[in-house]
Design a protein around this ligand. Structure first.
Ligand code: NAP
Length: 409
């Protein structure tokens, strides 16, 4: 264990702060292996707890997860003026005072990191600021508010009203007790301002983002959209227009083939377009304590010493080779009675459970196609070997794995 401690001052211990305080000790060994330093929270500030001056004095880095403009702005500025790195999840602060804060970071040679301020754990900021730093981007579309995406997904799925979907979102914890800034588009507008600033390298203030919410959407809109093969999303857009930049948020229909059309439930996603890279889509959970805390901690690690090489392994996990998979099984068979029964018997003996069967074609073109529920791959392939030896098989069966997971509710 290193005797070098990296001291973190935690401003705010609510949903994100509490999850961060829980995650940090759980990942401390891993972080020490990467950075050579052991991260520790040396002080917590809440309304009822802690002293900012004392925390600042004792910290190498300050994590700001209080939210709001003041005193968050004052604390972040003072931390950077004192030469401390800052990690924040505060989109309202950055979308209104970003230029002042980024200038302060540059002037004081410290890092101001903010991955969690946009799209939660989806690494949009890193990708825009690092991976795509060399690309000249044309347009960004984003579903950057999970609450509204959940509401619209529920309306589309169940045909319910906006009010019922909002009540569901609140019951399931996807919407705050006061959801105003989510449903009126302001939260998404703040995130698009930050995205646009990074993507197009030009100052963008929240006041310059035109935004509209989803409060006026009706069940009828969703019904007609479905018939037309369209899905409705609260879409953020930042794009070059006539030599300038347009940044806006409004409800928009998407055709099913658009990469953002299938992003449902509380998920966030961002599509980045440019001539050189064509299109990249990133998606994942856009909020939640543990998810956001993971993005915050990722920023903390980046602000610590970057790795000189691949760190020493800290685990010795067993490498598993025989796993469970679902399979698609395609067999070209002779067209005669009893074929299906024999195949089913062999699969059954290996413990396979058949999810669906389709028989197609006649005579020389007869085919049997099955989807088999997840089972150990070794047992499945043992069954395939036996099936391949049956005298009615016209060629070796083809097997392809099926991913059954559904990430989006
Ligand atoms: N929640 C999410 O899923 C999520 C996702 C992405 C980004 N964010 C961002 O992360 C930040 C924190 O969100 P949250 O949901 O964790 O908020 P929260 O649950 O309301 O927690 C805020 C914390 O900050 C403290 N605090 C607030 N004002 C303070 C003040 N003036 N002085 C001292 N302490 C103060 C509160 O103290 P008390 O405990 O004493 O009340 C509380 O511990 C916000 O900027 C938010 O936009 C949140």
């Amino acid at each position: 264990m290193s005797d070098r401690v990296f001291r973190i001052g935690l401003l705010g211990r609510g949903t994100v702060g509490a999850a961060f305080a829980e995650l940090l000790p759980a990942r401390a060994v891993h972080i020490e292996a990467i950075t050579g330093m052991r991260p520790e929270i040396i002080g917590v500030l809440r309304r009822s707890e802690g002293d900012f001056e004392a925390i600042l004095e004792a910290s190498d880095l300050v994590v700001e997860v209080m939210g709001g403009i003041e005193p968050a702005r004052d604390y972040v500025l003072r931390a950077m003026l004192a030469g401390k790195h800052v990690v924040t999840a505060n989109k309202q602060l950055l979308s209104q005072h970003g230029e002042e804060l980024w200038a302060c970071a540059r002037d004081n040679g410290v890092q101001l990191r903010f991955e969690a301020a946009v799209a939660g754990v989806v690494p949009v900021i890193r990708v825009l600021g690092e991976s795509l730093a060399a690309a000249s981007l044309d347009r960004i579309h984003g579903i950057v508010n999970g609450t509204t995406n959940f509401i619209l997904s529920e309306m589309a799925r169940t045909g319910c009203s906006y009010e019922d979907a909002l009540a569901d979102a609140q019951r399931l914890g996807y919407a705050e007790a006061d959801p105003t800034e989510d449903v009126n588009g302001k939260d998404a507008a703040a995130k698009m301002a930050i995205i646009a600033r990074l993507a197009f390298d030009t100052p963008v203030h929240l006041d310059q983002v035109v935004y509209e919410g989803i409060e006026h959407i009706t069940a009828d809109d969703m019904e007609y959209a479905r018939e037309l093969g369209l899905g409705l999303k609260l879409l953020g857009t930042a794009e070059r227009v006539d030599g300038g930049l347009s940044v806006r948020v409004h409800p928009a229909f998407l055709y099913g083939s658009h990469p953002l059309a299938s992003v449902g439930g509380p998920f966030n996603a961002v599509t980045i377009e440019s001539e050189a890279i064509t299109e990249i889509t990133l998606s994942g959970p856009g909020a939640g304590g543990p998810q956001t805390a993971s993005a915050v901690l990722g920023d903390v690690i980046s602000a610590m010493i970057p790795p000189a090489s691949t760190p020493e392994a800290t685990h010795a996990l067993e490498i598993i080779q025989d796993v469970e998979s679902a399979f698609y099984l395609h067999m070209e068979v002779a067209d005669r009675p009893g074929v299906l029964a024999q195949v089913a018997q062999i699969l059954g003996l290996q413990g396979a459970s058949v999810k669906s069967v389709v028989q197609k074609g006649l005579g020389e073109k007869a085919r049997l196609v099955m989807v088999v529920h997840p089972m150990l791959e070794s047992r499945f392939f043992a069954a395939v070997d036996l099936i391949a030896g049956l005298d009615f098989m016209r060629s070796r069966p083809r097997a392809i794995r099926v991913i059954e997971e559904e990430f989006i509710s």
